[in-house]
Design a protein around this ligand. Structure first.
Ligand code: SRM
Ligand code: SF4
Length: 588
């Protein structure tokens, strides 16, 4: 790759940079006032620290259920706490690591652990006084929160299936390699969270800044301004797009022949976030860019990454993702710039595209005499309730069978390397704690996802994780009544339009629009390679299922052989669906 390129960042001197750029600039490589404020008595951090904390993998939040409560002094109070996100490339961890995270959620957080839509783990409800201990303990178990959030490369997703074959091993290894390569290199993380504050961390961070110049000696990829915005990458297969490649800034469609990886189709510019009030924002599925070989794929990724670093918008954070660079330039101009950074021309992608999707739930042979089991975790929330004790069950599974653990991009969990004689034991443990096996869960629930939203997410407009299970209960009844229970389609809900559960490329997307109101999207599909469209806006939560039922009826009546619900809605389009439903209501 050539070094003779315009120096980062290509900041327009006339542009008014976003405040966040200023915070990064003055932060001494993400240190800012974090160490000082961490040590003070306040329950929360100030503005600059709040921005910087994200790069360290934690978010300052307040309990939305409690918001507005008045304290003893008569003033409105916020109940501050922190979300702590562990970045886990390919969702791969050990039983010991999962056990340690479970202990953390009981000892220092709100007693639940959350599997995220990007194969990570989150603690919620960590008090500021416990933040340093939480992050330190995550590092003690060889995991990290660094770069789990913030304007950096986020958790690298990869198909988690533990199949004993080169193509799975190599893609997992590539995910690790990408994660390492694009991880921030600043010492600030270590000095804020992993050292005793009496050991002179300030000198370390300050010293770094003085000799840093534009920062490339400290952060060889990022420089001192890091990325304009978050950057997301995922690796999947053409036959299995379980990581939703098309929703990422950069996706690798791995093309294989038997046990061998031939190369990768590189797709770019996917992203879900949108602000309906800001016209120029939109969700996008990625576009096909080029073909990369196993030998040059890292250089191709780095070239794409650096083009976004240098040309991504740094004055308006709502337009700062890679998808906007591509929309403004067109894919041809974008490719030419990537080639310039790469230092040579790049071949077009091969015709291969995604054609399969497996959520890996249930029992599968690994190909090495062992088995793995995919357990569906509703909305990724690991907890004990009166009805089922998932947290206790996971502890017992990990302690007695010590399986490998993989987290899926559908917020679920795989137990790997199970000896055939232990299969019954695993099921018995789950049953003992009233945890439903994946086989006992309806199709519609199994393929559903909801983001966190209330009470922790500061951006949520309405409920998601706490609302979807009840709606799925109703959908189960309606689908059974229509004889459609075995249909496979994705229902994804988010508490706001940011799209954390990827609601814009699935069959049914329910997006929080106002308190207890949702936009209903239809027409995407499991493969995730197509955007859905809005069918109806501002639907009250109690009417969401009754809004969908006529569409299910229409689907049942007029579907083509083997057509899925998403494909049906896509074929008919919004106007036709609305007209038919209007008619249906009159006839009824
Ligand atoms: Fe997300 C912001 C949760 C995956 C798009 N997301 C947030 C924050 C941090 C809210 C905030 O900024 O204050 C949420 C914290 C809630 C909480 O209490 O935990 C949050 N996002 C999540 C998670 C936990 C949802 C989940 O239920 O699993 C996911 C964590 C993944 C991880 O381990 O890294 C999560 N977020 C996603 C995804 C899905 C994906 O990446 O595959 C998306 C859509 C893809 C994309 O990036 O476009 C996504 N989150 C956003 C956005 C919109 C970004 C944009 O470009 O417009 C925001 C808001 C922002 O960044 O300003 C956001
Ligand atoms: Fe929060 Fe919105 Fe993301 Fe849901 S989609 S977690 S409500 S930012």
């Amino acid at each position: 790759m050539t070094d003779q390129l315009p120096n980062y960042p290509t900041l327009n001197p006339q542009a008014k940079l976003s405040k966040v750029e200023g915070v990064k600039d003055h932060s001494k490589f993400l240190a800012g006032p974090l160490a000082t404020e961490l040590a003070d008595e306040n329950p929360n951090f100030g503005h600059d620290s709040e921005v910087l904390l994200k790069f360290h993998g934690t978010y300052q939040q307040d309990d939305r259920d409690e918001r507005g409560q008045v304290g003893e002094d008569g003033k409105k109070k916020k109940a501050y706490s922190f979300m702590v996100r562990t970045k886990i490339p390919g969702g791969k961890l050990t039983s010991a690591q999962l056990l340690a995270e479970l202990d953390l959620c009981d000892e220092l957080a709100n007693t639940t652990l959350r599997i995220t839509t990007r194969q990570g783990l989150q603690l919620h409800g960590v008090l500021k006084s416990n933040l340093k201990k939480s992050i330190a303990r995550i590092n003690e178990i060889q995991l990290s929160t660094l770069g789990a959030c913030g304007d950096v490369n986020r958790n690298v997703m990869c198909c988690p299936a533990p199949i004993a074959s080169n193509i799975y091993r190599e893609t997992q290894a590539l995910a690790d390699k990408i994660a390492d390569h694009f991880a921030p290199k600043t010492c600030a993380y270590h000095s804020v969270w992993l050292t005793d504050s009496s050991t002179g961390e300030k000198e370390l961070v300050g010293g770094m800044d003085e000799k840093a110049g534009d920062g490339f000696d400290v952060e060889p990829i990022y420089g001192k301004h890091y990325m304009p915005r978050k950057f997301k990458m995922a690796i999947g297969f053409d036959f299995d797009n379980c990581v939703d490649l098309y929703a990422n800034d950069l996706g690798l469609i791995t093309i294989t022949e038997g046990d061998k990886i031939l190369g990768y189709n590189v797709i770019v510019g996917g992203g879900m976030g949108t602000s309906p009030s800001v016209k120029k924002t939109f969700p996008a599925v990625a576009k096909r860019l080029c073909y990369a070989t196993p030998e040059n794929v890292m250089q191709v990724i780095e070239a794409v990454f650096k083009v976004q670093r240098d040309y991504g918008n740094r004055d308006d954070r709502k337009q700062a993702r890679l998808k906007y660079v591509i929309a403004n330039w067109g894919i041809e101009k974008f490719k030419a710039k990537v080639e310039e950074y790469f230092g040579g021309s790049l071949p077009d992608p091969l015709p291969n595209d995604v054609y399969g999707f497996d959520d890996h739930m249930g029992w599968f042979e690994q190909g090495d005499g062992k088995w793995f089991y995919g357990l569906n975790v509703e909305n990724g929330r690991i907890k004990d309730t009166a009805d089922f004790q998932l947290k206790t069950a996971l502890r017992e599974v990990c302690r007695t069978l010590n399986p490998g653990i993989r987290l899926t991009a559908h917020q679920s969990i795989l137990f790997t390397d199970i000896a055939p004689e232990n299969k019954d034991k695993l099921e018995a443990i789950l049953k003992k704690h009233s945890v439903k096996l994946s086989e006992e869960i309806s199709e519609v629930r199994r393929w559903s996802m909801a983001c966190v939203a209330w009470p922790t997410c500061g951006l949520s407009i309405t409920e998601s994780e706490r609302a979807l299970p009840g709606m799925i209960d109703q959908m189960e009844v309606e689908l059974a009544r229509l004889g459609l229970s075995s249909e496979k389609f994705t229902v994804r809900m988010t508490g706001c339009p940011n799209g954390c559960a990827r609601p814009y490329n699935c069959d049914v997307g329910l997006v929080g629009r106002a308190r207890n109101q949702y936009s209903v999207f239809v027409g995407g599909r499991l493969l995730g390679d197509r955007l859905n469209f809005m069918y109806k806006d501002y639907v009250p939560s109690e009417e969401v299922v009754s809004t969908l039922v006529p569409l299910f009826v229409y689907f049942k009546t007029e579907r083509q052989p083997n057509e899925t619900f998403g494909d049906f809605c896509h074929r008919k389009g919004q106007e036709d669906l609305a007209a038919w439903v209007g008619n249906f209501a009159t006839v009824k």
